[in-house]
Design a binder for this molecule. Structure first.
Ligand SMILES: Nc1nc2c(ncn2[C@@H]2O[C@H](COP(=O)(O)OP(=O)(O)OP(=O)(O)O)[C@@H](O)[C@H]2O)c(=O)[nH]1
Ligand SMILES: [Mg+2]
Length: 192
């Protein structure tokens, strides 16, 4: 599959399950805690600075954003989880919408890119997400985000820790662009 990255657009910011696409195109799903750098990573992958909104206020939006990638696949930006200051009502909405998305039968293939803040390491919610992906058996890789913030020693320690469970871990930085080519390689490998 060849993709024209000049032909990408935000298709829908879905606040309700009936807005989710059901056409069966492959979905690349980006998941991670709030503020982990999801929007920045999506923009870096697509080479578009302002497509996914990079927020100064974390955890503001509770929608699932579907980006149409050249009419051939979907990039799915899940709302970030684990933002401590978010009101309880919003947390409920987050899990209701995300659960609906993850549980609904989808007539196409799915590949998860699970973002972990390289400096902070995996949170309890990150572990819960990984447990879910392993239990369901969906393919995924980790992106260790904001890797530019770590010195060599901290970087190697974090990557070794994240790789100890056997998963693929890609160090990533939206600042330097490190990891962009490697993530695209994983996506293309999945697409076959
Ligand atoms: N140093 C550094 N900062 C980054 C990187 N990626 C994102 N940031 C910063 O981290 C903050 C959050 O980035 P976002 O891309 O909005 O993160 P998000 O996961 O989409 O956040 P929410 O959607 O609000 O949950 C912003 O201030 C970014 O500038 C990175 O690779 N390196
Ligand atoms: Mg975001």
């Amino acid at each position: 599959m060849r993709l024209n990255l000049n032909n990408v657009k935000l298709h829908v910011s879905a606040g309700q399950p009936d807005q989710f696409p059901t056409d069966g195109r492959p979905q690349i799903i980006f998941s991670g805690r709030s503020n982990v750098g999801k929007s920045s990573l999506i923009n870096t992958l697509l080479g578009r600075r302002g497509l996914a909104r990079v927020s100064s206020v974390p955890g503001k939006t509770i929608t699932i954003n579907f980006y149409d990638i050249d009419g051939k696949l979907w990039f799915v930006d899940l709302p970030g989880y684990g933002f401590a200051k978010r009101p309880r009502e919003e947390k409920k909405r987050w899990s209701a919408l995300t659960d609906a998305f993850l549980r609904a039968p989808y007539p196409g293939r799915r590949f998860f890119i699970q973002l972990i803040d390289a400096k902070a390491g995996a949170s309890a919610d990150d572990h819960a997400m990984a447990d879910w992906m392993n239990a369901v058996g969906v393919p995924f890789v980790y992106a260790a985000t904001k890797i530019d913030k770590l010195n060599k020693t901290a970087r190697e320690a974090r990557l070794a820790e994240m790789r100890s469970a056997g998963a693929t871990v890609i160090p990533f930085s939206a600042v330097t662009g490190e990891g962009r080519a490697e993530l695209w390689a994983e996506i293309y490998k999945f697409l076959g």
